[in-house]
Design a protein around this ligand. Structure first.
Ligand SMILES: [Zn+2]
Length: 64
């Protein structure tokens, strides 16, 4: 059993049983709800750069 993780359920019918499918190891994973048979896709999203201010910074880098 997973510790410190929240269980996921179907947003439609609330069932917690899924079958997983994929075309190959690099493709997205399709999760089929075993309650209402709806399909959810799980795939990695490209990383994005995020710029934050340091604690003592007067400003952060920006684009002119
Ligand atoms: Zn469902």
């Amino acid at each position: 059993m997973m510790v410190d993780a929240k269980q996921m359920r179907c947003g439609g019918c609330g069932a917690d049983g899924f079958k997983l499918f994929t075309a190959d190891r690099e493709a997205r994973i399709a999760a089929e709800c075993q309650g209402c048979k709806s399909i959810s896709y799980i795939e990695p999203a490209p990383a994005k750069l995020r710029i934050e201010w340091d604690d003592d910074a007067q400003g952060c880098i920006t684009i002119f």
